[in-house]
Design a protein around this ligand. Structure first.
Ligand code: GCO
Ligand code: MG
Length: 404
């Protein structure tokens, strides 16, 4: 069997996605996701111009060798664009491999280690009372883990806080430049413990509660927040600080027993090697789209398993339904599964991406069809052309750029 053709399609059924379709000379094909929010065209060019021509004629079952070829052969290794391109090819090749084997992908990853995959879903609002209401409403649907975020009084709604993530990001839709937001840590820090005091009071102790700081604090500020939140027993505090400086987490660890999650922006095992081997985190948030596909994140989760670190694949809408499918197959199979983020998708997205995976009352199932179980309707996708859109940027009240 040989790779005969590689198609790269950027479509926008509600948001932009970069999709790869690898077609073999025996007619079997696989699809993969290479979506980097705001850089979809860059990944498409990397794939079309520099990857696809080199892979034509190769054996698609040689997933490890092709992964190494694209990683080591690039010379300029790692980085979000390169690794998203490798991820997309890798997902498509694993899809082909599992189809050839006639098995659902998880069977090639060790088979089932669990009967179902627990998710967490998002509750946010402009006021604490609104967040409490949404948490209770989500609990009613059977969800056992809920992320709570609230807007900061005195500041306009900020991405991933009170405003719905999509609404804030959509402000950048069609813009030539990203939407600018204002951040103030001193207004945020006292608010979050109040949020979780109210939410925990309302929802009780049998629901896991999570919070995403979104890279906005310094290590000592994160240590303070972790300590302040200990009475509310959070499942995790996510992205407490920017994680390029992995050893920064040592400071947080010294001060609090608050479980920590990080990794949605990581694109290789080296981004998280210290965090895992020094047990500075409890959950690794790497996802199939950004950290090297099925091959890439399986290696990371296997390392993590040695150090008591669990998986928690990133899973908002800008991780496509294809990547969600690959994540769920890994979630089912690996021994150190932690939790799967799930924001679900719009009808338009489900029309374009036909999914065998399924969601029901707080849990996901991978589906039993051969492959990763997600198909792609190319002709329908063509009806949703790329729309320029960016994630926002954040500045402090004095105008200085800040992490977000
Ligand atoms: C999350 C993430 C998202 C990201 C988004 C970036 O935990 O789901 O933080 O909200 O900001 O995926 O594109
Ligand atoms: Mg996050």
């Amino acid at each position: 069997m040989k790779i005969k053709e590689i198609k790269v399609i950027v479509c926008s059924p509600g948001r932009n996605f970069t999709t790869v379709k690898i077609i073999t000379d025996e007619g079997v094909y696989g699809i993969g996701d290479g979506t980097v929010n705001g850089r979809e065209l860059s990944v498409a060019s990397y794939l079309e111009d520099h990857v696809a021509p080199a892979l034509i004629g190769m054996d698609p079952l040689r997933t490890e060798d092709i992964w190494q070829y694209l990683y080591k052969g690039a010379y300029w290794r790692r980085g979000p664009i390169t690794m998203a391109a490798i991820s997309a090819i890798d997902m498509a090749l694993w899809d082909i491999k599992a189809k050839v084997a006639g098995l659902p992908l998880y069977q090639l990853l060790g088979g089932r280690s669990r009967d179902k995959v627990m998710v967490y879903r998002h509750a946010s609002g402009l006021e604490i009372s609104e967040v409490v209401e949404r948490v209770l409403a989500i609990k009613e649907t059977g969800v056992e883990a809920i992320r709570a975020q609230v807007a900061i009084p005195g500041l306009p709604p900020i991405y991933g806080t009170g405003d719905s993530t999509d609404t804030a990001a959509l402000k950048g839709r069609g813009a030539i430049v990203p939407h600018e937001e204002v951040w103030a840590t001193h207004k945020y820090l006292p608010l979050v413990p109040k949020l979780f005091e109210k939410v925990r009071d309302a929802v009780g102790w049998d629901v896991h509660l999570l919070h995403d700081v979104h890279h906005r604090l310094t290590p000592i500020e994160a240590a303070r927040l972790g300590k302040d939140l200990e009475p509310y027993r959070l499942f995790w505090l996510e992205d407490a600080i920017p994680a390029e400086l992995q050893e920064g987490f040592r400071i947080i660890r010294q001060h609090t027993t608050q479980p920590l999650a990080v990794g949605e922006v990581f694109n290789s095992i080296y981004d998280t090697h210290t965090l895992i081997t020094e047990q500075l985190i409890d959950y690794a948030r790497v996802t199939s789209t950004h950290a090297g596909g099925v091959t890439g994140i399986k290696k990371i989760f296997d390392l993590a398993a040695i150090y008591h670190v669990k998986s928690a694949c990133h899973g908002p809408q800008d991780v496509s339904p294809i990547a969600m499918g690959c994540n769920i197959h890994l979630d089912v199979a690996i021994p150190n599964f932690g939790i799967q983020e799930f924001a679900s998708y719009t009808e338009q997205m489900f029309d374009v991406f036909k999914c065998a995976w399924s969601y029901d009352r707080g849990y996901l199932q991978p589906g039993e069809v051969p492959g990763h179980g997600v198909d792609f309707d190319e002709s329908l996708a063509a009806k949703y052309p790329y729309k320029q859109a960016y994630l926002p940027i954040a500045r402090l009240e004095d105008g200085a750029m800040t992490s977000w």
